[in-house]
Every structure is written in C-alpha cells, then in structure tokens.
Design a protein around this ligand. Sequence first.
Ligand code: PGA
Length: 241
Amino acid sequence: MINVIKVKDYEEASDKAFEIMKSYLKPGKVLGLATGSTPLGLYARMVKDYKENNTSYKEIKSFNLDEYVGLPIEHPESYYAFMHRNLFDHIDIDDNNAHVPCGLGDDLEKNCREYDEMIDNDPIDIQILGIGSDGHIAFNEPGTAFDSKTHVTDLHQSTISDNARFFDNDISKVPTQAVTQGIGTIMKAKNILLIATGSNKAKAVKDMIEGPIDEACPASILQNHQDVIVIVDEAAASLLS
Ligand code: PGA
C-alpha cells in the first residue's frame, strides 16, 4: 500500500523525509540508503542533526542499494565515495557497519550472494529510494524480474544519459554495468520511503502509483508492499489524477 505525501518542492520533501527518518535513528536500527541527487537534502539534514543533537550512529547499520561495476572506490563518482562524502564521513557510523555493494573483483556473483546474506541477517528497517525517469528503483531497469536478488546488471541508455552529468557530461565515461540490490531484496525492507521531485519524474510517479503492476515500471511493485511512503513535490505529482 502506497501512502502519498505531497509537498511543495525539494526542500520540503527533504524536511519531510528527515522527519520520518528521525524515528529510525536509534541503536539497533538498519537503514537502507540510496545515492543520486534525491537523498542529498535528507543526508544534509541527518548531518546537521548529528552535529546539533549528537544523534549517534554507533549502533546503527546501513546497506546501500547499488554500486557501479569497475569504478575504483576512490573515484569521486563511486557510490562508496558518494556516501562517504555526503554522509558517512560526517557522522559517527562505524565503517564496518556502513555497507555499499562491491563492484570490483573477479567474482561479482559471490559479492552479490554475500550482500543478500548480510541483509537477510540484518533486515532493513527503512529503505530510502529515489526513482529513475524510466521507473527504475536502484539499478533495476524496466524488465527486471520482481523477485530478483542482488545482481549485476547492464544500465539502460536512458540511465547512462541521466548520469552523464556526474561524469563531465561525457556518456563514454559512465560505467555501463552496476551491482544492484534486486527488486525482491528491496521489497524485504520493513518500510520504504521513496522521494521523487521534479517534472522529469512525473511520468514514472504516475506509472508507479496509478499504473498496472508491471515489470515495465519496476517501481510499480511497491503497490504490493505493506508499508510505503512516497513523498512527491508538485512537479513530480503533476500527472497524478
Ligand atoms: P536521482 O536518481 O536521485 O539522481 O534523480 C534517482 C534514480 O535514478 O534512482
């Protein structure tokens, strides 16, 4: 069941997301984290809250959704580096508890299996999600099986184009594969908080909430999850009836 919260703009979406996240910032909780532009406002608020209120992450664990294949973790656009730059380096989370999938090495399948096992051992209390303009969640592109586990995937051309802005606007520099939690993995999270802002998300938001549950729109499976909150700004909500 999807509960929709409509807000004015990105700043209000980030405020609302933080308000919800705040109740999970407690010892023993497991956070599911995302990269991309969408959660930056939320992470900035978590950092501010840590500094002002000493909210400790020492006994909190986290699992990120995805990582590019073949990008060294020191590369500024690796999701490992993104998370450290925007969140982990500014709070007291233990590095060993802040998991990002590994897209390096010769046995990516093994990395994927181990990642799923870790999540099964520490189920995610709240999963933060963005949504792609094609309806993807994490790097699960249209057509991905709804019961997929963590796996290696080819990125669609639209996702490569969307992400070129982080690689000097040079499509040839964008990795073409990623390791991603599967849709089945994401659906195991106890609660899901998806944030969508901007008019380029309007079609995907409509398909997710009002469309048929169909692998053509990966996010549409969230209609079957028992606890999903979707925060949308006016632009992203503009096609909702
Ligand atoms: P964005 O990406 O947050 O950068 O818009 C979302 C996504 O592709 O899942």
